[in-house]
Ligand binder design. Structure first.
Ligand SMILES: [Zn+2]
Length: 279
């Protein structure tokens, strides 16, 4: 039994409040399994609650996104209208809260965590320190619970790699995981491979030609497929809200770029995610 895997979805986001079950059913009926990724306490809890409703095929990753350690970020697709008690800002890592969530067998990873220097606001040093603290807390949490990391990294590859390497000095391969929505160059990709991490690709590879070189470069057994839904809908569904089922287009494109049969790619990506996240 081989499945397509959406290794990074957000069915836990507000944009799916009305039709979450329908969209997940559509994915499962189309041979697609998924891991829904939390971005803060509320969305992490929702990822777990959703996963608990299914015997198989739907899993949760829990964590605090670096952008939510910031004071002013708000995305309506993610959290709904502003001003509800859930969309607090300037979040800090709450170990006890996430520890309780991690009791669920459906939790297969920690994240999305990492560093995002794309839009620095206020005092740069303080901004980065907040993110680093949330990130290292989550690495320690992942080590304690023997879980892989789901890394979000934007314009911060050097710092992210340094931090991961310093933990690997003490904990070795216990510090492991995936760089989601990989958008660096082949040099950085090589460094990521050197520390044993994988990289995942989204629907962006179906319409942005500059990813071809990267997809060619990263070995098939070191990559994962994802949608990052509701964002970056792949061709031919551009203009619509993204959903896990569309990960099939990402797999198809990887096969096309690598010149391999889609079935072979599907099987390898499935093995990768099972090996790494144990779904
Ligand atoms: Zn995400």
């Amino acid at each position: 039994m081989t499945k397509y895997i959406d290794a990074h979805a957000h069915m836990n986001f507000a944009t799916y409040n009305e039709d979450c079950e329908e969209v997940i059913k559509r994915a499962l009926d189309n041979d697609v399994w998924m891991m829904n990724v939390g971005t803060k306490a509320q969305t992490s809890q929702e990822a777990v609650e959703i996963a608990e409703r299914y015997d198989e095929g739907v899993y949760a990753i829990i964590g605090l996104h670096p952008i939510h350690t910031n004071k002013s970020f708000h995305d309506k697709d993610e959290l709904g209208d502003e001003g509800t008690p859930f969309n607090s800002k300037g979040d800090v890592w709450n170990n006890d809260f996430y520890k309780k969530l991690a009791e669920s067998k459906k939790v297969v990873g920690v994240g999305e965590c990492g560093l995002d220097y794309f839009r620095i606001e206020g005092n740069e040093k303080e901004y980065k320190e907040r993110q680093v603290k949330a990130f290292t807390s989550q690495i320690e949490f992942a080590i304690e619970h023997d879980l892989p990391l789901m890394i979000h990294c934007r314009e911060a590859y050097a710092d992210t790699l340094d931090i991961l390497k310093s933990y690997q000095k003490d904990y070795g391969e216990k510090v492991r995981g995936n760089f989601h929505f990989y958008a660096g160059d082949t040099d950085i990709a090589k460094q990521i491979l050197d520390i044993g991490f994988t990289m995942s690709f989204t629907g962006v590879i179906t319409f942005a030609k500059e990813y071809e070189k990267l997809v060619e470069f990263v070995p098939l057994d070191k990559m994962l497929s994802e949608t990052d839904c509701p964002y970056v809908t792949p061709v031919p569904f551009r203009g619509q809200r993204n959903e896990p089922m569309y990960v099939r287009e990402v797999v198809k494109k990887i096969a096309e770029i690598k010149g391999l049969e889609e079935d072979k790619v599907k099987k390898q990506l499935w093995e990768n995610v099972r090996r790494q996240f144990g779904v």
